[in-house]
Design a protein around this ligand. Sequence first.
Ligand SMILES: Cc1cc2nc3c(=O)[nH]c(=O)nc-3n(C[C@H](O)[C@H](O)[C@H](O)COP(=O)(O)O)c2cc1C
Length: 118
Amino acid sequence: MLVVYDSLTGCGKEFAKDLGQPTQSVLKRLDQPCILVTRNSGLGQIPWTTKRFIKKYAPLIRGFVMNGDQKRYPKTFCGATDKIREQYGLHHICNIHRSGDEKDRTFVKEWLMANILD
Ligand SMILES: Cc1cc2nc3c(=O)[nH]c(=O)nc-3n(C[C@H](O)[C@H](O)[C@H](O)COP(=O)(O)O)c2cc1C
């Protein structure tokens, strides 16, 4: 399944690439089902690029991974997750710290395997 990333400094893009699936930027046109790897902006806010993407393509988004920074923003770590769930009702796969770790990659790869025939 396609992995779409909204990544400013490259952490989310790196995580997306490591999943071993085709990837593309949130700025590109979408024409197939995908999962979204996104980030926080302004203390647990949803980036406007992610909002625009969700509004346009929600029916094609099977789930999302949120990348945040636990060390810099411990109080609002991945705060945008609840906002996306509440405002758009998307399925939340997991939160990761920056580019994630091996455990995160395994978890999301297994999720993709379980949902790839969807
Ligand atoms: C202005 C600003 C505010 C941020 N606020 C939060 C936050 O509240 N919680 C959080 O977990 N990460 C926060 N972050 C971290 C972003 O989620 C971080 O930039 C991201 O993990 C890196 O992703 P990227 O390299 O894919 O752009 C913030 C980053 C910026 C620049």
